[in-house]
Structures are given as C-alpha cells and as structure tokens.
Design a protein around this ligand. Structure first.
Ligand code: FAD
Ligand code: SF4
Length: 508
C-alpha cells in the first residue's frame, strides 16, 4: 500500500487536499472515532452525534465512490481512544509508505500530528487546507507589519480578491458595509419562518443510541436531534435559508425573541465547520440570490461579511496567535463560571432563554452568545478560560479555531483589543432594545439599583469602574467614561458593593 490518508471529523469534504491524488485501489483512507476527542471538553451530546453521524455518512459516500475506507468506530474492540493510538494501529495494519493528511483545524491536534513524524518511521505529509478563502499564510501576510488588525480591512481585501459582491473594482451598491441598517428590533407581530430540519436516519439513530449510553452526563438534550449530517442535507438547509430567511437576515440579525432561537439565521455553521458545504458555495449562493432580486443587499452583504469576513478573520487570528492566545486574560478576570450556565436556573430571563436554547438545540445565535451569555461573563469578570471552555462544549458548531477568538477576543476582551476595538459590554437597555426578554423578567430593566434592578445595569457600571485603568484611554469608550467621571466616589463604591454582593450570592 502506498499511502494512508487521514480524514478527521471536521474534514468531511470530497475536495479535501488529503484526498486530492487518492489512488482508490492502492491507498487506504483512515477515519477514527476516538473517545479522547469526545471528552477533552464535555461536548453537548448533539455535537458528538453530529460529528460521528456526519463521519459515518461521509465514509459511506467515499466507499460508494470506490475508496478503501478503514473506519474505526468508537465501540470497536481494540480502539485505543486516541488519534495517535489509532494511526499507530493503522500503520501496523496497512504498512503504508507514507501518511498524508490535511492540516488539522486545532492547534492541539496540529502539535500532536507533528510529533508523528518521529513516531511512525515514515513521512507524514501535512497539506494546506484549501477549503477556506484565505490560507493561514495569506492571513499572516496580511497581518505582518500592521500595528492593529481589524476585520473590516481584511474583509475588503477578501471581497476584492475573491470578486464577491463587487461591481468591477467597487463594492456592489457603492458601500462595503450595511451594518448600520442591520440592527432592527423584531416587530411584535412578525411571524418567524419554520425551518427545514432533518429527521435522523438509521445511521444517525445508531449514533444517538451510542452517545446516550457512552456520554449520559454530558450537557444537552438529545431527544430532538435534527442537524444536517450529509452534504445533500447541508444544501437543503442552504436552499431553505435562501428562500425563507435570507431576505430578513440583515434587518433582524441582532434581534432576539422568546421561544424563537433561530429567527432569520442560517444555521449553517455546523455544516460549514465539518466541511459538508464550503464557504465559497454558501457566499456565491447568497450573491446569486441578490443578483436575481430574491434578497436585498443589506441582508446579503451582512451574511457574506460573517463568512468571508469574520469566519476567515478569526481563523487567521487563531493561527497567528496560538498557543499563547489561549491564556489571554488582559482584564485579570478570575471569577468562576456560574453554575446556571449549565442548568439555566436563574431569574435573569435573557440568560435563561439563551441557555435553554443552547441546551435544547446546541444552538443560540450570535447576539445571544455575544450580548447575553458573553456580555454577562464579561461584566461579571468570569475567568476567560472558564467561559471559553463552556462555549467550546455547548454548541453544535463549536470548534476551537472559531470559538476561541470569538470568546477571548470578542465576548470577554481577554486579548486586550487584538480582535475587537472595544469590549462588547452593555447594560440591560441593550437587551431590552433588541429583544422581548425584559417584559416578563423577575428584574426591572429600568431600575439601576436595588433588589429588583436588572443586574446587567449595575454590573455594567461596576465593570467600567473596575477596569478604568485599562479602558479609559480607549477612544471608543469615551462616552461611558465621560458619564462615569461625574459620579462621586461614594456612588462608585456603592455600585461596586452591589455588584459584588450579587455575584458572591449567585456565582457559587
Ligand atoms: C462567544 C462566541 C462563541 C462563538 N463560537 C463559535 C463556534 O464555536 N463556532 C462557530 O462556527 N461560530 C462561533 N461563533 C460565531 C457565531 O456566533 C456563530 O457562527 C453563529 O451563531 C452560528 O449560527 P448560524 O450558522 O445560524 O450563523 P449566521 O448568523 O447565519 O451567520 C452565517 C455564518 O457566518 C459565520 N459567522 C457568523 N458570525 C461569525 C463570527 N463571529 N465568527 C466566525 N464566523 C461567524 C458562521 O459560519 C455562520 O454560519 C461564536 C460567537 C461568539 C460571540
Ligand atoms: S431585565 Fe435584565 S436580566 Fe431581565 S431579561 Fe432584561 S436584561 Fe435580562
């Protein structure tokens, strides 16, 4: 046998570089379900089902196309439980001349596979992952020599380079960014579209049974798993999004509503991150919808920016700054993660809603992540690594290269401004403006102090007071610090006391 070709769980793409020159008769494709990857954080049960079910479907597809797939199941006798152990066993089985793979998505796995060069006594060829708009090298080239990195600058280069939403050399419609038009509150009478979801087939049901037995104590419900697990399903989900949600994606991108976790979001991140569908396919489909008059430009530009801009940018940041990035804690935050992040048992309705949807669907949309669970962790001073591990565990789409910069850089400002120009800190007024959560909450969003006051209100000011030395000079924080300058020192102390009392009581 000539080559052992590895396909990892987030590399489920037929055009994967590791498979580019596959010799269907001579080579073996190795796919491994290993317990170490299921347990390095206590992933949501739906996330484990998603990855294993998608892997099994992908292996079946490869076999139908004539490939020799050596597939190790989680419960196979002899499964060593680790990638290294399984590659070692496969090398003994197949005696390949070389090992070929595509660069892994996570730094942890990259470090592991680099050590294989010494272990297995044969060449290990690690190829670039061509499934992104920008290679790691392309981002590094862009970042080199820049004092500050900003997504918007990178995004504009990507638009030009990939000719997406361009009219010649100019941005389509004359503007690069329609964000200002994308912050509308959802009208009360709005009817949110039902979304295309997927009933598990026999393969997925087998995995559901396996995960229920092997990981019963992991977070999350498993009784209504409905994520796409094949490329065909991912395209159905894309078509559904284009027809039913994209036209309003822009307007209500930041809106939140009780009992409506999906609103007009695409729900495509899990399929994108596993490689079932490519970012290029998704962006081109959205652009085509706009050019055909089926969706407005503010929606399509907003959507393309998330993928061509943010998704590529955070991947670049991750690879440029790891491994030190993982330890970032610019604001020296050290409180433990509140237990109700796992149970949802809190009187704060916004948090309860976000956590409920996370538990039931392994999903909450971006603004719930950033401005509810993330904002609260920021204001409360939760240790960045604790909240980061939580995000990595609880979403179907959670993979470290995208989750970590979003958490450390955007949500809790632990990188001191590498990713975002200011902390996304907000009081209850923001949540009230963008949602219907406050109407029926045990707390009163209009009250600033006292037992019924919305905790986000005094936590927000206490956060500013605590971090004055770090944030006061930030040009984008001038307004709140100007307001704070008018406070007496008694008022500041009383605010800090109220915040500490609340946190000490509930962060046990
Ligand atoms: C604290 C925090 C943690 C996050 N963790 C993850 C994660 O582990 N995995 C993940 O894929 N996304 C993560 N995101 C980004 C974003 O919230 C999700 O991609 C999005 O909510 C997924 O839902 P959707 O597919 O319906 O997205 P949509 O709102 O429909 O957006 C379309 C696509 O754009 C991409 N995208 C949108 N926002 C971002 C972003 N900020 N960074 C990178 N890509 C983006 C995603 O691929 C997404 O599918 C995180 C955001 C925050 C604030
Ligand atoms: S009042 Fe405060 S705690 Fe309650 S839902 Fe609104 S923002 Fe959240």
């Amino acid at each position: 046998m000539t080559a052992l070709r590895l396909v990892l769980g987030d590399q489920l793409s037929l055009d994967l570089s590791a498979l580019a020159d596959l010799d269907a008769t001579g080579d073996a494709v190795l796919m491994m379900e290993v317990v170490e990857e299921c347990r390095y954080v206590a992933h949501h049960k739906q996330k484990i089902v998603l990855v294993l079910a998608a892997m099994r479907h992908f292996a079946a597809d490869l076999r139908r196309r004539g490939a020799r797939v050596d597939y190790v199941r989680l419960d196979d006798p002899g499964n060593t439980g680790s990638f290294t152990g399984e590659v070692q066993r496969a090398v003994a089985r197949h005696q390949p001349e070389r090992i070929v793979m595509t660069e892994p998505g996570e730094w942890r796995v990259q470090a592991m596979v680099e050590s294989w060069r010494d272990w297995f006594g044969r060449p290990v060829e690690i190829r670039d992952d061509g499934r992104f708009f920008a290679s790691r090298g392309r981002f590094a080239g862009w970042a080199r020599g820049r004092r500050t990195w900003r997504m918007e600058h990178f995004y504009r280069e990507m638009r030009r380079e990939h000719a997406l939403l361009m009219d010649g050399n100019q941005p389509a419609g004359g503007r690069w960014n329609y964000d200002a038009a994308n912050r509308r509150r959802l009208p009360k009478q709005a009817v949110v579209p039902a979304r295309r979801r997927f009933t598990p087939d026999a393969i997925t049901n087998d995995v559901i049974a396996l995960v229920s037995t092997r990981f019963p104590n992991h977070f999350g419900a498993l009784d209504h798993f409905d994520w796409p697990v094949t490329r065909a399903q991912a395209f159905e989900a894309l078509e559904d999004f284009l027809a039913n949600a994209l036209p309003r994606f822009g307007d209500y991108q930041d809106a939140m509503k009780v009992g409506a976790p999906y609103l007009y979001h695409s729900l495509l991140a899990p399929a994108l991150n596993l490689g079932l569908i490519s970012p290029r396919e998704v962006c081109l489909a959205a652009e085509t919808a706009w050019r055909a008059g089926r969706a407005p430009l503010n929606a399509v530009e907003g959507f393309v920016r998330q993928i061509l801009g943010w998704r590529e940018y955070v991947r670049g940041v991750y690879w440029a700054l790891m491994p030190h990035y993982a330890d970032a804690n610019a604001l020296a935050a050290s409180r433990p993660l509140p237990g109700y992040y796992w149970t949802g048992e809190t009187d704060m309705r916004c948090l309860r809603e976000a956590i409920r949807s996370t538990h039931e669907h392994a999903y909450s949309h971006h603004i719930q992540r950033l401005m509810v669970t993330g904002n609260f962790a920021l204001l409360a001073g939760v240790a960045p690594q604790e909240i980061e591990r939580w995000y990595l565990a609880v979403y179907a789409d959670a993979v470290e290269w995208v989750e970590m910069p979003n958490t450390l850089g955007m949500a809790v400002f632990a990188d001191g401004g590498r990713m975002a120009s200011k902390p996304y800190a907000a009081s209850g007024a923001y949540i009230d403006r963008m949602s219907d959560f406050c109407a029926d909450c045990a707390y009163d969003v209009t009250r600033k102090t006292g037992p019924r006051a919305c905790p986000f209100n005094y936590l927000y000011w206490a956060f500013l007071i605590r971090n004055e030395a770090h944030l006061q000079a930030n040009p984008r924080m001038v307004m709140p610090y100007r307001a704070l300058a008018k406070w007496s020192s008694e008022r500041k102390h009383s605010c800090l006391d109220e915040a500490a009392t609340f946190l000490d009581q509930f962060l046990a």
